[in-house]
Design a protein around this ligand. Structure first.
Ligand code: PEP
Ligand code: CO
Length: 447
């Protein structure tokens, strides 16, 4: 953190990936309105997540961070939120039951609306249009009008985050996430598949374990842990004006927290050490993440740790590697060694999605389930070799029955992609593929 850090000190640095808002006065009004709104999360919750991530850093827990690549203003319903939660709860149940390791659950949800783009313009047919930057900025429709950045979207993002968070809290604290409902998380289209049936077996075993404990005289009713789940929110804090407006001083500690989410992260395209995103994240006290791609060097990664976590607070910094299946072992091992030697307490998580994206022959942006799995295997192998803890995974998924990623036990083929290709941005694993992944992961964790 620079000595003169403030929620707005990022403005003195170069900020990549920011929209060209055409109407400065309208932007200013929207930011002032946001700054007057209540916080979405509380500092105490962010501190609880920090403590949970500290346990991950010590090798005593595993991080499951998952959700959409980009949340949509249009596909916004209770069912979609519930189904996403179901698949994450299922994955967590599989991981916890099979490996005995507690799982820290963090959604890419309730704020994941801004997207970095590799080019400011895109070509659709013969016309060149400003790129779609996520619903917090503009609309995906392929017209010049739709692509104009609109500051009112910042307010819509806030309200939709609030409504999503409200439902997430209700689902996770109000009975839906009760372990006695472990069977009910299995959705119909998943239940009939091989993974779904494998899940039913685990769910049955969990129920038997609960009955066993009850029979031993343990009062399960009073064990809050069995009836509620701690579920946290996160997103890439890309649009810095929005994040600044929601950054508030905690009345208990006097520290600054970005109250737009429990955890926020810096993307691969905006992680320059002297850039605006690193400056902003260095001063908020939330747990933060940073993507780490193949161009990162051992000395870069240690500098990043020094800048983002100079006080070496456990749970503060999660490094999310996204190297690509072919490069992960070779690229990651020197970074693991450098961070280990530096003594920085980090959580290492594997994003097996963003290094493995390609265009299918039908022109769909896709990923192959086998590549996703191969990157996770390489991530585990690198950690085993360096004696460090493979702390978690960062996955793009949906509870819906989409056809966006190839492969999995149901073998989605290139020709199947157009059937239900619904993502606004990157391809997501569907419910079955996600559960399949959880089973494979639990075997790696057990090994
Ligand atoms: C993302 O997480 O959706 C993303 C854009 O990732 P990265 O910054 O790693 O490319
Ligand atoms: Co993505």
């Amino acid at each position: 953190m620079s000595t003169d850090w403030s929620p707005s000190s990022w403005r003195d640095r170069a900020a990549g990936q920011q929209p060209d808002w055409p109407d400065a006065a309208a932007l200013d009004r929207a930011l002032k309105t946001l700054a007057s709104y209540p916080p979405l999360v509380f500092a105490g919750e962010a501190r609880n997540l920090m403590a949970a991530l500290a346990r991950v850093g010590e090798g005593r827990a595993f991080l499951l961070q998952a959700g959409d690549c980009a949340e949509s203003f249009d596909q916004f319903s209770a069912d979609a939120i519930r189904d996403k939660l179901k698949v994450i709860l299922q994955m967590a149940a599989v991981l916890t039951y099979s490996s005995g390791v507690p799982v820290v659950k963090v959604g890419r949800i309730a704020g994941q609306y801004g997207k970095p783009r590799s080019s400011p313009v895109e070509k659709i047919g013969d016309v060149e249009l400003p790129s779609f930057r996520g619903h917090i900025v503009n609309d995906i429709a392929p017209t010049a009008d739709a692509r104009v950045p609109d500051p009112d979207r910042l307010l819509t993002a806030y309200h939709q985050s609030a409504a999503t968070l409200n439902l997430v809290r209700a689902f996770t604290k109000g009975g839906f996430a009760d372990i006695n409902r472990v069977h009910a998380w299995n959705q119909e289209f998943v239940a009939n598949s091989a993974e779904g049936q494998r899940y039913e077996i685990i769910a049955g075993e969990i129920e038997r374990a609960l009955r066993f404990m009850e029979a031993c005289g343990i009062d399960l009713e009073t064990e809050a842990q069995l009836h509620q789940v701690d579920f946290y929110t996160s997103h890439e804090a890309l649009i810095l004006g929005y994040e600044e407006a929601l950054t508030r001083q905690d009345s208990i500690t006097g520290d600054w927290y970005d109250t737009s989410a429990h955890m926020v992260w810096i993307g691969e395209r905006t992680r320059e050490l002297d850039g605006a995103h690193v400056e902003f994240h260095s001063g908020v006290k939330n747990p933060i993440g940073c993507k780490v791609g193949p161009s990162m060097t051992p000395s870069d990664v240690v500098d990043l740790c020094e800048t983002l976590n100079p006080e070496r607070i456990p749970g503060r910094l999660t490094l999310i590697s996204r190297m690509g299946a072919g490069a992960v072992e070779e690229k990651l091992r020197p970074l693991l060694a450098a961070v280990r030697e530096s003594g920085h307490p980090v959580v290492w998580a594997c994003d097996p999605m963003h290094g493995n994206t390609f265009s299918s022959s039908s022109g769909h942006k896709t990923r192959d389930f086998d590549d996703v799995l191969a990157e996770i295997r390489g991530f585990f192998a690198a950690h085993r070799a360096e004696g460090t803890w493979p702390g978690g995974v960062h996955i793009e998924l949906t509870g819906d029955d989409v056809t966006e990623c190839l492969g999995g036990s149901e073998k989605i083929l290139d020709a199947d992609l157009p059937d239900r290709y619904e993502t606004m941005c990157d391809p997501r694993l569907n419910g079955r593929q996600s559960l399949d992944l959880a089973f494979q992961l639990s075997e790696l964790l057990r090994a």
